[in-house]
Design a protein around this ligand. Sequence first.
Ligand code: UDP
Ligand code: MG
Length: 327
Amino acid sequence: MYTTRPYVSFLLPCYNESQVLSETYRRVKAVADSLGKTYEIVFVNDGSTDATLGCLLELSRRDPSLTVVDLSRNHGHQLALSAGLHYCDGERVLIMDADLQDPPELLPGMLALMDEGADVVYAQRRSRPGDSIPKRIACSLFYRFLGKLTEVPIPVDTGDFRLISRRVVEIILQMPERHRFIRGMVSWVGFRQTPILYDRDGRFAGTTKYPFWRLMKLALDGIVASSVRPLALASWAGLVFASCSLALLVYILWSWFFVGKTPQGWASLMMVVTIMGSIQLFVLGIIGQYLGRMHEQVRARPIFIVRDVFRQGGRRGLGDGEVTRCR
Ligand code: UDP
Ligand code: MG
């Protein structure tokens, strides 16, 4: 712990990012030094299987402003961020990706907006030429769909790249949920939240760690963590299909009385049975999503496990240049 807090913490989760780390560090460091304030840079190694940890330790041997949080295995981006937040001591915390898709050079503008009274300055993508067209379309649709579901609005086209104040960090740290959707949680906190527009670059090097299935999981986590409205879908579906069956009943009675025979038909019967069956399974699936998450929450396991935290001397009174494990 610092005796006085650094002015700003940079928080970067890394999963197999060895190809980008030295460039990321160079750009973050340049921005940090240009501020003329105290700062720390917190890297979280999210169970990388490449040389990421080695690169980070090498950097931290040279630079006392670095903290490296090494998780016990791959926990996923959102949990890596949550773990990192525990180790950020700054008055303000800049959350950004390690692949330089989020330009650290935006920080001075964000700090200025925070000086004007914002507690959260979130970076909103004006364009994202660095991402593929299907991903852009899927993300754009997702944010608009999510906006319809949540009671507290979550800004569209906005990832986790944002500057948050100490009091917001403290509140996020108190939220015990396992399936975390940080951008939704930050929106939920409230206070004054201001956008800053930017163009999202492509990845500096390496490949995305969010293939399609992982994006889908994040989307599902986002919806289930931020809204209970899908649960009401069962009632609405019930209402719609009850109206249809009422109309069908009227038609059958009318045919019986006035035409003298009831409509025949295996095909129509099968159609109704299969439609009803699938709707019921779909709704059960939605309930299952919430129930499964409740089950995991009730088990109350720790949401992440830290193997080691590496920091150079200073903080714990150890010799300069010595990178030490602290727990
Ligand atoms: N990341 C992580 N753990 C994971 C997946 C990703 O810490 O399990 C980090 C990754 O190293 C990067 C950030 O989260 O710093 C965003 O990931 P990525 O750039 O692959 O996502 P994309 O920008 O393609 O959506
Ligand atoms: Mg990226």
